[in-house]
Write a protein that binds this ligand. Structure first.
Ligand code: AGV
Ligand code: CA
Length: 306
């Protein structure tokens, strides 16, 4: 029996690649995708999501549109990347997505898919958690339908990656975008597994990796993936440490959990400056699981194989 997975992503390069990766997993049935307008503008991101479903012949999978906007916006240059994606040679001529305004609302789609599921569902999130929290506020009983939430978010024993005004750098972006929803999610005490910067810091997008990927471009997905990754190398000051396989690592957790080192801890979330969005260990906090390490070689091999 394949594992039922509901995915919420926020349209960044590694989110879109994560959606592709889930679709290559034989033991996973993707029952819906919702998009959060965080690290993307929603219209082009929904178009990318729809086109990638088509690439895999899976356009029957329903897409939901997030209309809730978090507290701390992502930089516009990051949010615009799906525009470039949609113009790539392999995607530009695919039928356009239906009018974005006709998509179901993301929280409603989450409620629908959880209600209809015949068994427990794994919720994979690679952006902020607002859509899931909105869904569970509307239908709290659906908490029982969730087997595990796997979320790329947080920074527990390492620095964050937010660098902005009124901030001390301790937060990771997916939490910082909506610290209030994160606090709510942690306090619900669902089976929640964080794939935080503590572990994603080990998997940068390197030129060595891209160069290996390029040796297999006769495979359609390797070719497309190489083009996606190349778009992440535009960040000053150095390509090799600014972009990581954040969401790809979280997604891989579905297929290779035994390759991760995890720890059950008590944690809390700050919602105010100067550390809004910081996730920190605290004995008086809430129970969550955090990934702390991964078999790096195995991971890179795995994604090259997929
Ligand atoms: O903090 C990591 C999250 C991941 O879900 N995102 C990117 C991944 O999709 C935000 C982010 C941090 N640094 C970034 C980000 C950068 N340099 N470019 C785009 N997004
Ligand atoms: Ca993301």
């Amino acid at each position: 029996m394949p594992k039922l997975v509901l995915m919420d992503h926020d349209g960044a390069i590694d989110d879109l690649l994560s959606q592709l990766l889930v679709l290559t997993m034989p033991d996973v049935e993707l029952i819906g995708v919702t998009v959060t307008p965080a690290d993307c503008y929603i219209e082009p991101a929904l178009e990318s999501a729809y086109k990638l479903l088509q690439v895999m012949g899976q356009e029957h999978i329903p897409l939901g549109r997030g209309d809730y906007y978090g507290i701390n916006a992502f930089p516009s240059e990051w949010r615009a990347r799906p525009e470039v994606i949609n113009a790539l040679p392999m995607l530009i001529n695919l039928p356009k997505a239906p009018d974005p305004y006709t998509y179901r609302s993301a929280p409603d789609l989450i409620i629908d898919r959880l209600s209809a599921a015949s068994e427990k569902v794994t919720v994979l999130m690679t952006g902020p958690c607002s859509n899931l929290v909105l869904a569970l506020e509307k239908a709290p009983e659906l908490k029982a339908k969730i087997g595990e939430v796997v979320w790329m978010a947080g920074a527990f024993r390492v620095s964050g990656n937010v660098q902005t005004f009124q901030h001390d750098g301790s937060a990771e972006w997916n939490v910082f975008w909506d610290p209030i929803s994160t606090k709510k999610l942690v306090e619900i005490e669902l089976p929640l597994t964080f794939i935080p910067l503590d572990v994603t810091n080990h998997v940068p997008v390197t030129k060595t990796f891209l160069s290996t990927l390029a040796t297999q471009i006769d495979y359609k997905l390797s070719n497309l993936t190489g083009q996606f990754w190349a778009l992440t190398l535009d960040t000053i000051p150095g390509y090799y440490y600014t972009y990581f396989m954040w969401d790809i690592l979280a997604t891989s957790y579905l297929a290779m959990p035994e390759q991760f080192k995890t720890e059950v801890v008590k944690a809390k979330v700050s919602t105010r400056p100067p550390n809004a969005g910081q996730t920190f260990l605290d004995e008086t906090g809430y129970t969550v699981k955090i990934a702390t390490d991964v078999n790096i070689e195995y991971f890179y091999e795995y994604i090259l194989g997929q």
